[in-house]
Design a protein around this ligand. Structure first.
Ligand SMILES: Cc1cc2nc3c(=O)[nH]c(=O)nc-3n(C[C@H](O)[C@H](O)[C@H](O)COP(=O)(O)O)c2cc1C
Length: 411
């Protein structure tokens, strides 16, 4: 079990009560927790809750209520706390805290501590959807992400204010698992560049309509996040999705299969590993009408042409150049999953195909979990079973690295 110390900063949001559960989850994972609460947070949860849970003093103010000597004695407290802890996690991070961190304000203990802290910072924002989407908040998040902080984007769902949308604090167990991964993370992809494709593509039918598919991009984004956290430089070629880019990943946004092909071929030479999770459209309309197609009483037929097969093209290119790049494809199937994956492995000259069954409701498209089987060029079939996409992402990378060694594909 890990033994790490973390500062848990609690902001004044409706989700402050969930921070108590987060403290408990982190302690169960072996973390020592020092809680710092903003004044607003104490309106929602009493410091006693955290003191009782952690068995430690909870920091609640910059200038204690005691004598001048007491205040002086604690005046360097924020520096001491900052130096003694391995990671700073702020959950819930209010819109106000994001703004104050982004602009370097130091007008209470938590914001002063933030400036004095040199380790990794994890921020879990939670707020009303409109507050989250406000350009001011989004700009602050971008600034903080640009500083190398880890942002755990809010979940979507019903909110305390009666609306529904992005803004919920993710489940404490998920935040705790994220932190555990962060502090125990491996550096086995340091110095590597990895290309990941994710999401669906959109193939226009006219200026206002398009064909797409149910891919949410979650698996690809999890792969990109896992690779980046293990030290890789990640280029993420992404179709249109509703999820935030993982920390430290370069996103190349595309719409159509043709655009995805161009972006992949452009970035291919610099990448040692190519992970193609995107659900690229198989067909598109070759001649797109310039004007919106009008509704009539007549039946409308669409003649669709196949889109470029990017995976096969990359496979051929790697073979032609004998470049030693490792190629991983994904196969979402509704039947004969493993047999289809083996066929794809051969046909597209992949080193590994990650097969997932998308027939069920609980795994596959749009959900957080997947159930996958790997088939490899080394003729192995590896069952990874069912887990969250983020957990599977690390397991897939583990197997990819083993396979690369076995195939002597290190370049
Ligand atoms: C009932 C109530 C619920 C609130 N919930 C949130 C919230 O979920 N997220 C948020 O960013 N602000 C929320 N606020 C606003 C913050 O409490 C306010 O911006 C405060 O100044 C934040 O202080 P802090 O960032 O120092 O913790 C809420 C306010 C009230 C009165």
């Amino acid at each position: 079990m890990a033994s790490h110390s973390a500062i848990l900063g609690v902001g004044g949001g409706i989700a402050a009560y969930k921070a108590a559960e987060l403290a408990r989850e982190l302690m169960e994972r072996g973390f020592e927790i020092n809680v710092v609460m903003t004044a607003a947070a104490q309106e929602f949860v009493r410091p006693l809750t955290f003191a009782a849970l952690t068995g430690r003093k909870v920091v609640t103010e910059m200038f204690g209520a005691g004598s001048a000597e007491d205040v002086l004695a604690s005046s360097v407290e924020h520096i001491r706390v900052a130096q003694q802890n391995r990671v700073l996690v702020v959950a819930p991070a209010t819109a106000d805290l994001l703004a104050r961190f982004a602009h370097g304000l130091a007008n209470d203990f938590l914001t002063t501590l933030y400036l004095a802290f040199e380790g990794p910072v994890v921020l879990a924002p939670a707020m009303n959807t409109a507050m989250w989407r406000h350009p001011a908040t989004q700009e602050n998040v971008k600034t903080l992400a640009g500083r190398g902080h880890f942002i755990i984007p809010p979940d979507e769902g019903p909110l305390a204010c009666g609306t529904s949308g992005p803004g919920r604090l993710p489940e404490p167990a998920r935040i705790a698992a994220y932190l555990e991964r962060l502090v125990t993370r491996r550096h086995d992809l340091d110095g590597e560049t990895i290309l990941v494709t994710a999401g669906p593509t959109r193939e226009p039918l006219d200026p206002v309509r398009f064909i797409t598919n149910r891919s949410s991009g979650k698996m690809g984004y999890a792969m990109a996040e896992a690779a980046a956290q293990r030290g890789a430089k990640v280029v993420l070629v992404s179709g249109p999705v509703q999820i935030a880019a993982p920390e430290g990943v370069e996103v190349v946004p595309v719409q159509t299969a043709a655009e995805m092909r161009a972006a992949v071929l452009q970035h291919l030479p610099e990448c040692g590993m190519v992970i193609k999770t995107a659900a690229v459209a198989d067909y598109h309309l070759a001649q797109i009408p310039k004007q919106k197609v009008k509704k009539t009483a007549m039946r409308l037929s669409l003649e669709l042409d196949p889109t470029p097969d990017i995976l096969a093209e990359v496979g051929r290119e790697i073979e032609r150049l004998n470049s030693g790049q490792l190629l991983i494809g994904f196969a979402a199937e509704t039947e004969n999953v493993v047999a289809e994956a083996k066929r794809k492995l051969q046909a597209k000259k992949c080193d590994m195909v990650v097969a997932n069954n998308v027939a069920g409701d609980a795994t596959g498209f749009e959900v957080d979990e997947n159930e996958v089987t790997l088939v490899t060029r080394a003729k192995e079939t590896i069952e990874l079973g069912r887990a969250t996409k983020r957990v599977l992402a690390d397991k897939i990378l583990d197997e990819a690295l083993k396979l690369r060694l076995a195939l002597h594909k290190d370049r």
